[in-house]
Design a protein around this ligand. Sequence first.
Ligand code: KIV
Length: 301
Amino acid sequence: MSLTPIGGRPQDDLRQKVTAASLRERKLRHEPITCLTAYDYPSARLIDEAGIDMVLVGDSLAQAILGYENTLSVTMDEMLHHVKAVRRGVKHALLLADMPYGSYQADANEALRNAIRFVKEGGAEVVKIEGGEKRAEVIRRIIDAEIPVCGHIGLTPQSVNTMGGYKVQGKSLTDIEQLMRDAVALDRAGVCCIVLEGIPREVAAMITSEVATPTIGIGAGPECDGQVLVFHDILNLTFALPAKFVRRYGDAAELIRNAVEAFRSDVKSLQYPGDAESYHLPKETKVGLDAVLARKLAMRR
Ligand code: KIV
């Protein structure tokens, strides 16, 4: 017998809620932290039910869902709309929302107001902010307002124009020193985790052993305390060549293409719907209707 009521959740699901405060304990226990992005209710639910620790409503929403060219265009309102949907699907995982470009750079008061919107309206538990040393002050301000913050350094997609493209960061000694300063600044500011994106594994390993804060890698090698990937990347739903670090765990594009083509073909060839997929009249009504049709036919003759 299934333990899952229709539209419900497994009833024997007694997993503990993941909290921002519990992430450091995981680092101390060397327990790898898992994180995937999600942008809607069904994917959030499936990810949560599969036992993933953290769900990030990334600003990668811009490309993955909204078809923008990069993350710079996505707005607070668009992000919020999706954070709310994901909130409804997540029960155990820690829910993180990405502060979009322009929502925290102009001034600290506005940054705080936007972070509060994510918590109050969206139900997010953590907000993520790109940048290291230069964001430490605004991050402190947000943490002071009781909102846990996740840092993000290395290849920070909102800096695409200043980086001159999506390039692996931290390759020179000067860049490594800056990355280390950024990580230490975030650690001291009190972030609950730090995303390390697109940096050499050796640099990520150094940062991970230097800071008490758990590091979550994406294209940063296996020594990080956890790993995050974009949901649409692991399922081949991006229409683009995957980055080197992406591992594809399924081919949803192929699955969808086959299903849509089969539906089209069935309708065109009158194979869908069949009798079993149709509603039927009650017996008495059918008898009555047959009589009416027979009378009409007789009158026409
Ligand atoms: O927006 C996003 O999906 C992210 C992850 C890749 C870390 O920031």
